[in-house]
Design a protein around this ligand. Structure first.
Ligand code: GDP
Length: 440
């Protein structure tokens, strides 16, 4: 899937190899290549242009993370933007209601009938639904037959009226039938044409208006690239559908449809079809799709870790506060939080000024911070920023609020004061390195 695009993107990132940092010039060069790769994958021109502009903005505005190389940073940014482009998070299908009604739309040959069977099968086995498949294609007897065969394979009844040529009535009758026979999900397969056609549009629109379905899904063959996107737009203008189903992703698709549909019609891709068999259906996960396209999950994880752990700007801000003697309990608790997030607490313990001394002999785990955190959290915001005001009565209140005692509160405040002094001394010399270490 999307192999060509994956290869091309990988080559684009190589432009940044050996570069010390991301600059306006090397980013422009890389993104020119990325844009070409997208266009060759049949991504909509406007979509590709907007995409690379966003990536550029992000890349240039990024903090410089020493642990990460420019090309790795670029992989991560492109990855995240690809996921956003495809919708960000997965969108669920709405199957509330009894019966819930799902109307399928799309051109002939898109895979509508096959997908109706796949969806019924999935919702039956994974979500405990009792589906009813409805043959709404009144023009092709073969279509009715096809649905019946599918229904038989998955053990789902198929509603059809061979002599009735009115799909609106058939849809209504089918819902009635479902109510009567306790089917809580109705999936209506409709007639398609080989191309957009006024009569077909009128027909499906009148079915929609007559039955008011929970979900209208638009099914499209991913192999058709930009045509898929244009068709999606026409159907959406008419039906305002809820989601897209991309079929035939198992074939030699270039990726254009998957990448452009969301930004063109602003509707999520909800499912993909990945084969002719009835279990070849997947919920669409933009993030996972981005992983697959880039095939560089390890790099993405690496950058994420680095981003979590380094926040150099924050470290610089902290240094300034310390120099001005403004380091307060908010900073203190932030530091504890940061360190907890990083794991490997034992190694890090000695690096937290003041705290290290206190807990050096403890069997070290998250609990070691609990008392300290509770005390700080029991302070008012004013007390946290101006620890000087912590008089006796305030300390007593804090002890009570945090479930500790006044001695403990006193001890923490004393240590905090000492820490502050010590840190201030250090920022003029070797302390800078220590602050940096604290962030790791
Ligand atoms: P409809 O006219 O929209 O109902 O389309 P069909 O369901 O009849 O599908 C048209 C053809 O595409 C059939 O030969 C299906 O087996 C095939 N097809 C449907 N979905 C997929 C898919 O996800 N992958 C592959 N490879 N073929 C599919």
């Amino acid at each position: 899937m999307f192999e060509n695009l994956s290869d091309r993107l990988e080559r684009s990132f190589k432009i940044l190899k050996g570069q010390g940092k991301i600059t306006e010039i090397n980013v422009a060069e890389t993104l020119k290549d990325v844009r070409r790769a997208l266009l060759d994958a049949d991504v909509n021109y406007k979509t590709a242009k907007e995409f690379t502009e966003k990536v550029k903005e992000k890349a240039l505005g990024q903090d410089v993370l020493n642990a990460v190389k420019p090309e790795q940073m670029m992989v991560k940014i492109v990855h995240d933007e690809l996921a956003i482009l495809m919708g960000g998070t997965a969108s669920d299908i709405n199957i509330k209601g009894n019966p819930a009604v799902i109307l399928m739309s799309g051109l002939q040959g898109s895979g509508k009938t096959t997908f109706s069977g796949k969806l019924a099968n999935m919702l039956k086995s994974k979500r405990g639904k009792s589906p009813l498949l409805v043959a709404g294609d009144v023009y092709r007897p073969a279509a009715i037959e096809q649905l019946k065969v599918l229904g038989e394979q998955i053990g789902v009844p198929v509603y059809s009226e061979e002599d009735n040529k009115n799909p609106v009535k058939i849809a209504k009758n089918a819902i009635q039938y479902a109510r009567q026979y306790g089917r809580d999900l109705v999936i209506i397969d409709t007639a398609g044409r080989l191309a957009i056609d006024q009569q077909m549009m009128d027909e499906i629109e009148s079915i929609k208006n007559a039955i008011n379905p929970q979900e209208i899904l638009f099914v499209v063959d991913a192999m058709t690239g930009q045509d898929a996107v244009n068709t999606a737009k026409e159907f959406n203008d008419r039906l305002n559908f809820n989601g897209v189903v991309l079929t035939k992703l198992d074939g030699d698709t270039r990726g254009g449809a998957a990448l452009s549909i969301r930004s063109v019609v602003d509707k999520p891709i909800k499912f993909v079809g990945t084969g002719e068999k009835l279990d070849a259906i997947d919920v669409f996960h933009p993030e996972r799709m981005a992983d697959r396209i880039l095939g560089m999950g390890d790099v993405v994880t690496l950058v994420e870790k680095a981003q979590e752990q380094y926040d150099e700007e924050e470290a610089r801000r902290l240094q300034k506060k310390i120099a001005k003697n403004q380091f307060d309990f908010n900073d203190f608790i932030n530091q504890i939080q940061q360190i907890k997030k990083m794991g490997n607490l034992k190694d890090l313990a000695s690096m937290i000024p003041g705290v290290g001394k206190q807990i050096k002999d403890l069997d070290f785990d998250d609990d070691a911070f609990k008392g300290i955190e509770a005390i700080i959290r029991s302070m008012t915001p004013e007390e946290r920023t101006n620890p000087e005001i912590l008089n006796g009565s305030r300390r007593a209140r804090i002890a009570k609020g945090s479930g500790t005692d006044v001695q403990e509160v006193n001890r923490l405040i004393k240590q905090f004061d000492e820490t502050r002094k010590m840190m201030r001394k250090m920022t003029s010399g070797g302390g800078k390195q220590m602050m940096r270490n604290m962030r790791r």
